[in-house]
Design a protein around this ligand. Structure first.
Ligand SMILES: [Zn+2]
Length: 59
């Protein structure tokens, strides 16, 4: 990969932050949705669904 190549980024739907491609995701990047295991677990937690939508609107 060229030195100047940009790494792809995605927005984590849990924390609403952009995160960059990581080497450990090279085989599963298309399936990666969350920036971290913590966010992935948070999204799976029952309390996450009960959170009001406003909490994600803060900038
Ligand atoms: Zn996240």
């Amino acid at each position: 990969m060229p030195h100047h190549a940009e790494r792809p980024t995605k927005i984590c739907p849990v924390c609403q932050r952009p995160f960059q491609w990581r080497k450990k995701w090279k085989d599963v990047w298309a399936e990666v949705r969350y920036c971290s295991d913590r966010c992935r677990r948070r999204r799976g937690a029952p309390s996450a669904a009960a959170e009001p939508p406003d909490s994600a609107a803060q900038s």
